[in-house]
Each structure stands twice: as structure tokens, then as C-alpha cells.
Design a protein around this ligand. Structure first.
Ligand code: B12
Length: 222
């Protein structure tokens, strides 16, 4: 039997060395050996892809390498997320979630989807690259409580403001809790500036923000 640390460190190494098969194999092993899913994701996959991102940012690796690392994370993540509980009870709240227009980073929102679902929030994941109208149309259609937007690029972060401004223009701002996330907004300043209800660069902090707003604004206790 392999220890939890060996599995987690092995997953990190596999991503950093672009070894997709090894990363998936270790993810499967982690689940078989009952390592907590979130630990596999947050201690194994996430720091590894961040390390590759830093190397990419410093010009030490080219984009195709980052893409292979991201694929390794995606395969392992899909496997782990499939095994997580889906919240087989009546959800207490609904959320429309997606990455903003022009942004294709969608690894983070898959994690948010799985964790929020497991905590009683039905999530409609729109995936990547969504115009403002799509968030609002889906939220209206599903009678959602929360709209969540993700942005990873400095250049797409402004779209988070575009969505909230569109909500205001439609006279719908007060109907929804508006949460923002993703690596492009690592502080509360952007959240305050655009008037969002909460922000997070980590899924568990995001869940806390959602719980707080649901209780305060909708009287829903998760
Ligand atoms: C993986 C990755 C990619 C992959 C994306 C694969 C995919 N399917 O997502 C690929 C290789 C395709 C890619 C492409 C690009 N990338 Co990129 N990428 C990254 C990297 C390394 C990791 C992102 C990631 O997945 N992190 C892990 C997840 C789990 O974290 P997360 O998304 O932040 O999500 C968590 C929280 O934020 C939160 N959360 C997320 N969303 C939400 C929403 C709500 C409502 C809430 C409450 C919480 C929440 O919960 C999540 C789980 O904890 C980052 C570096 C970094 N440190 O972020 C660069 C990075 C974001 N990329 C960057 C760049 C420049 C690009 C490209 C423009 C490169 C190019 N020249 O083409 C393109 C962009 C294309 C586009 N139009 O979007 C830059 C951005 C620089 C900037 N400041 O603008 C970064 C920072 C790398 C760098 N250091 O230069 N990228």
C-alpha cells in the first residue's frame, strides 16, 4: 500500500513531468485507497498546475507544455470528480456558474461545481467563454439564487463587471447573489469595486461566501 503523501506527491511530480498516464493512475489509486478527494485535488493537482503556471509566466516553459500539464490535471480531475457525491438530496439553492467571455480556463469551475453540489447547491455549469447574456438567461430559466463567474486572465476579469452591470440594466441585480472567483482577482478590492456579494480564489472560501450570502440575502441555511 502506498501512503497518502506518496500518492499526492506522485501526482504533483506526474503533472510537472507531463506524465498524464501516471497522474491518472495515481488519482485512481488515491480513490481506491480512500484518500479524501479534495485533498487529492487541493494538495496534489492544484499546486502542481500552479507551479507549471509560474514556470510559464517566467518564460521557462512554452505553452504546449502547460497544455499537456493541464490535460494531465483534467484527466485526473474528471476521474476524481466522478467519484464525489452528487448531493442525492433535494438541493436547497441553485447556482449558474461559468467562465466569462474570452476565457477558456475551466478547471477551477469543475471543482466549484462538484463541491457546491455536494453541499446542497444545484449547479448549472455553463463551461468556458460565456457572454453576459448566457449567465442571465440561464439564471432566469432555472430560477437560480446565485450567479458565479470565473476569470483567470487580467484581460477577462473586466467581464465580471460586464455581467453585474448587465444584471443592473435588466433590473435584476437584487434578485441574484453575485459571486466571483478565479485567479484574476486575488483580493477583495475587485469584488468591492464592482459590487459583487463575495469572491474567492479557493473553492472552500467560495462555499463560505455562498453560505453567508444565502443566509443573509435569501434566508437559506445550507
Ligand atoms: C491551466 C492553465 C491554462 C490551461 C487551461 C486549461 C483549462 N481547461 O482550464 C491552458 C494551457 C489552456 C491555458 C491557456 C492560457 N493561459 Co493559462 N493558466 C493555467 C494555470 C497554470 C492554472 C489555472 C488553473 O486551472 N488553476 C487551478 C484551478 C483549480 O484554480 P482556479 O481556476 O483559480 O479555481 C479555483 C478558485 O479560483 C475558485 N474559483 C474559480 N472560479 C470560481 C468561481 C466562483 C464563483 C467561485 C466562488 C470560486 C471560483 O475555486 C477553484 C478551486 O479551488 C494558470 C496559472 C495560475 N496560477 O492560475 C495560467 C494563467 C492563468 N494562464 C495565463 C495565460 C497568459 C494563458 C494564455 C493567454 C496563454 C496563451 N499565450 O495563449 C491562454 C489563455 C487562453 C484564454 N483565452 O483563456 C496567465 C494569465 C496572466 C494574466 N494575469 O492574465 C497565467 C496566470 C499563467 C502565467 N503565470 O502567466 N492556461
Amino acid at each position: 500500500m502506498t501512503s497518502k503523501e506518496e500518492i499526492i506527491n506522485g501526482m504533483k511530480d506526474a503533472i510537472i513531468t507531463y506524465n498524464k498516464a501516471k497522474c491518472l493512475e495515481l488519482a485512481k489509486q488515491g480513490i481506491t485507497e480512500k484518500v479524501n478527494s479534495l485533498e487529492l485535488i487541493q494538495e496534489g493537482l492544484t499546486p502542481a498546475i500552479q507551479e507549471l503556471g509560474e514556470k510559464f509566466g517566467r518564460g521557462e516553459i512554452a505553452l504546449p507544455y502547460l497544455m499537456v500539464g493541464a490535460e494531465a490535471m483534467q484527466d485526473a480531475l474528471n476521474y476524481i470528480l466522478e467519484t464525489m457525491p452528487k448531493g442525492e438530496y433535494k438541493p436547497k439553492a441553485k447556482m449558474v456558474l461559468g467562465t466569462v467571455k474570452g476565457d477558456i480556463h475551466d478547471l477551477g469551475i469543475s471543482i466549484v461545481e462538484a463541491v457546491f453540489q455536494a453541499n446542497g447547491i444545484q449547479v448549472y455549469n455553463l463551461g468556458r467563454d460565456n457572454p453576459k447574456e448566457k449567465f442571465v438567461e440561464k439564471a432566469e430559466l432555472e430560477e437560480a439564487d446565485i450567479i458565479g463567474t470565473s476569470a483567470l486572465l487580467t484581460g477577462t476579469m473586466f467581464e465580471q463587471k460586464v455581467v453585474i452591470e448587465y444584471l443592473k440594466k435588466q433590473g435584476l441585480r437584487d434578485k441574484y447573489i453575485y459571486l466571483i472567483g478565479g485567479g484574476a482577482c486575488p483580493s477583495s478590492e475587485w469584488c468591492d469595486e464592482i459590487g459583487a456579494d463575495g469572491w474567492a480564489t479557493d473553492v472552500m472560501l467560495g462555499l463560505d461566501a455562498a453560505k453567508k450570502s444565502l443566509a443573509e440575502k435569501k434566508g437559506i441555511e445550507l
